[in-house]
Design a protein around this ligand. Structure first.
Ligand code: ADP
Length: 425
């Protein structure tokens, strides 16, 4: 099938060929007529090409496109394509303007950053919330938000998590910051004032911390009396021995719960203010090795494999409770004689603390819920072994503070691996 342009051109050629043949027949100058025809055809093509070029260039006023033959068809196709592109560009511009207008109304600060973290645009709230100004466009966001925690957050590029800051742009309020990667390494920085929310959570945390603290003293008194009664010979020793022992076990459990609740609220309360330090984890783990053997009454077979040169930046006391909690769980949920391996090593950009046991294991459906407060697979067993139901909740919180994560791999009846992963630069 011939295209429209070729058809037009052929019509034109046939028309002039007839005209020249007629001329040649009249004058009997056949060769000269053919020569004139070729010359005329080339000249016409060059003239149309020039007209087309001027029209495409668009710099000369009054330049019209060629109106006949193949060139007029080309002109038509080019202008059709151009109109479609313009329409598309208009639509894109409209959409981007609509998005920008909507983002101006959002009560959170939104800043668009390019792949090098330079500011591209920002919404109105950004001015008052983080102090970004028109002249900051093109500059790095780090020159506007200079907090070391924010700079570290950008460097780590772990944008699944948000960052909480307790002051920004001379305002002592609480802010939640989240970077959302989009379109070819570009990022959206969203900053939200969460002071009220944070205060509410703080009231809840304070309540739990105060209640636990208040319960500690009366419980210590009760335990004191119980111990005295159990140690003092007399009639109650025979009649009340069993109930007294039961009361002592329960009061010990209560004390463990209170201690764990206090640990949890301390970790949460410190989450913004505490400063990280270098933690000598290998030293900590060698001490833990001793405690672990005593905890298992020497009934378990421990293997400690520790990289002695591997220290990390973090929070010492919370880390200690993570290490201890996982070992204590391995002991409590393993039968006597079971092997327990504790490892501390580096794997690519991750430092790993891993505890593996050959104990009861956990069915797959329970695994996602193990870090919830007071979630236990087997309540009775947890109680008998002195569990509080808060151990793994503490582990999860501490790891979050270190931008790390807990990975649980377990097979029911075979054993479990609890793996803490700490990202390092
Ligand atoms: P608990 O004080 O009850 O042990 P945790 O928060 O430490 O509370 O653990 C939650 C639950 O996870 C436990 O009740 C137990 O069912 C399960 N669990 C934890 N560690 C192990 C383990 N090593 N093997 C089998 N189950 C475990």
């Amino acid at each position: 099938m011939l295209s429209n342009g070729i058809k037009r051109e052929l019509t034109w050629i046939v028309f002039f060929a007839w005209l020249l043949m007629f001329f040649a027949w009249l004058t009997d100058l056949w060769i000269q007529s053919l020569f004139i025809f070729i010359l005329f055809y080339i000249g016409r093509q060059l003239w149309s090409m020039r007209k087309f070029e001027n029209w495409m260039d668009g710099r000369k006023a009054n330049s019209y496109p060629p109106a006949s033959g193949l060139w007029s068809e080309l002109t038509y196709l080019v202008s059709k394509k151009q109109r479609a592109l313009e329409k598309h560009a208009d639509l894109n511009l409209y959409k981007s303007e609509q998005f920008k207008a909507a983002s101006m109304l959002i009560p959170d600060a939104i800043v668009s950053l390019d792949e090098g973290n330079h500011i591209e645009w920002f919404n109105t709230v950004s001015k008052s919330l983080i102090g970004v100004r028109r002249q900051d466009v093109g500059h790095k966001i780090e020159s506007v938000i200079r907090q070391p925690e924010f700079i570290q957050y950008l460097k780590l590029q772990d944008f699944d998590k948000s960052l909480t800051l307790n002051s920004l742009y001379k305002q002592s309020r609480t802010f939640e910051m989240q970077v959302i990667p989009y379109f070819e390494s570009h990022k959206l920085l969203v900053v939200r004032d969460i002071t009220e929310l944070y205060q509410l959570a703080q009231i809840r945390r304070d309540f739990i911390a105060n209640a636990s603290h208040e319960l500690r003293t009366p419980l210590t008194v009760l335990r004191g009396y119980l111990e005295v009664m159990l140690d003092t010979p007399g009639e109650h020793q025979t009649t009340w021995k069993l109930p007294l022992e039961h009361m002592e076990t329960q009061s010990l459990r209560m004390q463990a719960i209170i201690e764990d609740l206090l640990t949890l609220s301390t970790i949460e309360a410190d989450s913004i203010t505490a400063v990280k330090e270098m933690v000598d984890v290998p030293k900590m783990l060698h001490q833990l090795e001793e405690d672990a053997r005593q905890l298992g009454n020497e009934n378990h077979h421990f293997v400690f494999d520790i990289d002695d040169a591997l220290v990390i930046k973090g929070f010492a006391e919370p880390l200690k409770s993570v290490f201890m909690n996982l070992v204590s769980n391995a002991v409590r949920y393993s039968p006597e004689g079971g092997a327990i391996s504790v490892r501390w090593f580096k794997e690519n950009n991750t430092v790993v603390y891993e505890v593996e046991d050959e104990g009861l294991g956990v069915a797959q459906e329970h695994i996602p819920r193990l870090t919830e407060r007071f979630y236990r697979v087997d309540k009775d067993r947890s109680r008998v072994t002195g569990g509080t139901g808060l151990g793994l909740a503490i582990v999860k919180h501490v790891l979050e503070r270190h931008h790390g994560k807990l990975v649980i791999d377990s097979v029911l009846g075979k054993g479990s691996v609890f793996r803490c992963e700490f990202p390092v630069k």
